[in-house]
Design a protein around this ligand. Structure first.
Ligand SMILES: *[C@@H]1O[C@H](CO)[C@@H](O)[C@H](O)[C@H]1NC(C)=O
Ligand SMILES: *[C@@H]1O[C@H](CO)[C@@H](O)[C@H](O)[C@H]1NC(C)=O
Length: 525
């Protein structure tokens, strides 16, 4: 272990030497390449600030665009760098025994991996946040009892699928998609990666690993049955940018009208790998540790983020409607300042809880920051939304159960609403209390999100097919002059998939050397 001092020293050294070198090499190696746009969720993240900077330099003559072009597949595909196919599944493990006669591959493993009974729920059991909130393995009946309203998005997706017929193998195909996508399978409680495509230079793979980790955790923490399923998930902010057709992708969020998409928990429920955020549990622990009481909070509305005016005017609208207001602490994150920790623009996600009002904005698409804000005992202020995450149906805008404040998309009524609330501390506390009860202490607990994942598996299984663990391949047998049928794994296990990625980091794959005749003669290669 490094001492904190050494660790700080090392971090400083890394930032001081490596980051500029990395940035310079990227700059010189890819002088005309625009970073991929579709990947960015817009809050407090360095790469977003970079993106914001690039887009703002290209629109620097007008501070506010007259229209907000939606990114289209065509416009963004040019922004996407060349796609690379993931390192996996590179290895196929040949097994030498033949497939069973009936081609039913289930028999291979099921004998050894019988599913145990689900734990019975005790009559007097009820969800206790402190005890159960971090339990990734609640039983099905505990999940039902604790989170009765969690599964709305899944019921909707199942109902929608019924209108068009079951999901087929063709529906989980990803040949149409350039990047930001993973085709995977759960089989006998093991997770397999069948195919993955990541946009070069993007954070796709990091998000994919976060989601695979979440899926794996939801399986391994649970001692009840898990269905065999095959599915495709997109890690991009806009799940199906390349093809607006109806693909039943698992998505981080969906626009209201993309009813064929299945919303999964955000990758941030695993972690967000920046010092501004951290792992989800770390954020929750951090808030529990340091959040001031509601009476001690700054009576202000806070927001930090990239402007993204080229895609969506609402953030510029927010800046316009909060300029010079005493109750507002709203700043656009600017790249040059953000990496300077002294700057007032740099605010850790847990420090947002120091404020009474927390403003949430969509950006290029949804914004993954809301789940963190809802972990504060504060009042979240959200404009009318176009995007749906898996818990959004629990937001209540009015009445005795009001748990956030809704404003217009252009923030025109923000000032009025904040000023009214500043005169009504009881109402502020009521909304904050409701928010904490619904979100922090129930539906946004890690336990709830693990329940959601497992229910997603079952919901998907109810309208899809039983996947095949193996595929048949014909192997020529020179000895007999015939071919033999062998079974090949269709996917790479999650375990070796992770190890392969780490191995590539430790020992980067060497480019193949050209072997000219001189080298050959000298036996150099
Ligand atoms: C908010 O919750 C606290 C703690 O449970 C309680 O003491 C307080 O009365 C509640 N405030 C309102 C306005 O409901
Ligand atoms: C849809 O899939 C489910 C689960 O595999 C199956 O039970 C059902 O019969 C299928 N329905 C149709 C119409 O094929």
């Amino acid at each position: 272990m490094l001492s904190p001092k050494h660790a700080r020293g090392a971090t400083f050294l890394f930032v001081a030497c490596c980051v500029p070198i990395l940035l310079l090499s990227v700059f010189f190696l890819y002088p005309r390449r625009t970073p991929p746009i579709a990947i960015s969720d817009p809050e407090n993240k360095e790469y977003d600030a970079v993106q914001a900077k690039k887009t703002s330099t290209s629109t620097s003559t007008s501070s506010k665009p007259t229209s907000s072009p939606k990114p289209t597949a065509a416009s963004l595909s040019t922004e996407h760098a060349t796609q690379i196919t993931s390192p996996a599944p590179t290895s196929t493990f040949e097994i030498t025994y033949p497939l069973p006669e009936d081609d039913n591959t289930e028999g291979f493993l099921s004998a050894a991996l019988g599913n145990p009974e689900t734990r019975p729920v005790e009559a007097d059991w009820s969800f206790d946040t402190a005890r159960d909130g971090g339990d990734y393995g609640l039983s099905d009946s505990q999940c039902d009892a604790a989170f009765p309203q969690l599964y709305t998005e899944l019921h909707r997706a199942v109902a929608y699928t019924h209108t068009g017929g079951n999901i087929t193998v063709d529906d989980v195909d990803i040949s149409w998609k350039e990047g930001g996508v993973v085709r995977a399978m759960i089989y006998n409680r093991e997770l397999y990666i069948i195919e993955a495509k990541y946009n070069e230079g993007s954070l796709d793979i990091i998000r994919a690993f976060a989601l695979l980790g979440s899926i794996h955790r939801a399986i391994t923490a649970f001692d009840g049955p898990i269905p065999n399923i095959e599915f495709t998930f997109s890690v991009e902010d806009i799940a199906n940018l390349e093809d607006p057709g109806k693909w039943p992708l698992w998505a981080l969020a969906r626009p209201h009208d993309k009813e064929e998409q299945w919303v999964m928990p955000d990758f941030g429920f695993w972690a967000w790998d920046t010092t501004l955020v951290g792992s989800y549990e770390q954020v929750r622990q951090g808030i529990a540790q340091q959040e001031p009481s509601i009476l001690e909070k700054k009576p202000q509305a806070i927001w930090r983020g990239a402007n993204l005016a080229q895609f969506n005017p609402i953030r510029q609208d927010l800046l316009d409607h909060t300029r010079d207001k005493e109750w507002a602490d709203v700043h656009e994150v600017v790249w040059e300042k953000e990496h300077n920790e002294q700057s007032n623009q740099f605010i850790k996600i847990v420090d947002h809880c120091d404020y009474l009002f927390l403003i949430q904005t969509e950006g290029i698409s949804y914004s993954g920051r809301l789940k963190y804000l809802l972990n504060c005992h504060s009042v979240s202020v959200i404009h009318k939304r176009e995007w749906v995450e898996n818990y959004h149906h629990l937001l209540v805008a009015e009445g005795p159960h009001q748990n956030y404040v809704q404003v217009e998309r252009d923030f025109s009524d923000l000032s009025e609403k904040i000023e009214t609330l500043l005169d009504d501390p009881l109402q502020v506390e009521l909304i904050a209390n409701n928010s904490v009860a619904t979100f922090r202490d129930r539906y946004l607990t890690p336990a709830a999100q693990a329940c959601y994942w497992r229910r997603l598996f079952w919901a998907w299984r109810s309208v899809s097919f039983e996947p095949q663990l193996f595929k048949k391949v014909e192997i020529p047998d020179p000895a007999s002059g015939t071919t033999k049928t062998k079974a090949e794994w269709r996917g790479e296990p999650y375990q070796t998939y992770v190890m392969a990625a780490v191995r590539d980091l430790a020992i980067p794959p060497q480019p193949k050397k050209r072997c000219g005749w001189i080298s050959k003669a000298l036996r150099l290669c």
